[in-house]
Ligand binder design. Structure first.
Ligand code: AMP
Length: 249
């Protein structure tokens, strides 16, 4: 069976984010971009499933500007077999991404689709859920363990109260959480090998998907600066301050 993994190009998690002077968004010019960390975990999981003989092929898909090729190359260097780029300069919101992924999935017919639980740029945490609804497939979000057998996935999910294990029928959409695995680094020979792996480029128009944004960003602002802390003289004073000054946020 095939596994399809979505890999998003985002601002690298080490970069200090700067808001644009006109408050229309964040600065992306001359900023280091990388694969969304949750998507690295998705690629790693798909590769482990292939190494275990469960999956025969791993396809990495990215949607966005031409430079998303680099993100796909990273997935190929980690070990993915081939890539698909849905290229557009348009702003892609989660619903548009879900519709585009659905179109790619209907062409490719993977049994397992892995996304990150969220992209660290907009922190939407929406695409996997929307995709599963559009496909009418089961979903298992926030996965910290995946076991595939007999056409089913047993997925342990990280939920507020601890862990939950569910059994879902394949084909299904799974989104990754942090503890699922530790992604491998691409070795130099694999980076070289990845250059020869195929990437097919398509467009939203070719897939027949309207990607017009449904949401408008009104203003982007820096979060308020963190206030300096205060030292207390005793545990009693601390408890008193917690009772009288602590705010629930
Ligand atoms: P979000 O709902 O925006 O937090 O994104 C959740 C996940 O959807 C990401 O971790 C990716 O796996 C996938 N995704 C979202 N946008 C894109 C994109 N432009 N290209 C590839 N994958 C994406």
């Amino acid at each position: 069976m095939k596994a399809l993994v979505a890999v998003k190009r985002v601002i690298d998690y080490n970069v200090k984010i700067r808001v644009k002077a006109d408050h229309s968004g964040v600065e992306t010019a001359n900023v280091k971009m990388s694969m969304n960390p949750f998507d690295e975990i998705g690629v790693e999981e798909a590769l482990r499933l292939r190494e275990a003989g469960t999956v025969s092929e791993v396809i990495a898909v990215s949607l966005g500007v031409a430079q998303c090729q680099e993100t796909i190359r990273t997935a190929l260097a980690m070990g993915a077999d081939r890539g698909i780029l849905v290229q557009t300069d348009a702003e892609l919101q989660p619903l548009a991404v879900a519709k585009l992924l659905k179109a790619v999935i209907l062409n490719e017919k993977p049994e397992i689709v892995i996304l990150g639980k969220q992209a660290i740029d907009d922190d939407c945490n929406q695409t996997g859920q929307m995709l599963s609804a559009l496909l009418g497939w089961p979903q298992a979000t926030f996965a910290s363990k995946i076991k595939i057998s007999d056409g089913h996935a047993e997925v342990t999910r990280e939920i507020d109260g601890g862990l939950e294990t569910i059994l879902i029928k394949l084909p299904a959409v799974i989104t990754t959480d942090l503890r699922l695995n530790e992604p491998r680094y691409a070795s130099l020979p694999n980076i070289m090998r990845a250059r020869k792996k195929p990437i097919v480029t398509t467009t939203p128009e070719a897939l027949g998907v309207d990607v017009t944004p449904r949401l408008a960003v009104l203003k982007v602002e820096e979060p308020p600066k963190r206030q300096a802390g205060r030292r207390v003289a005793s545990v009693e004073e601390l408890v008193d301050k917690l009772k009288t000054e602590a705010r629930v946020i």
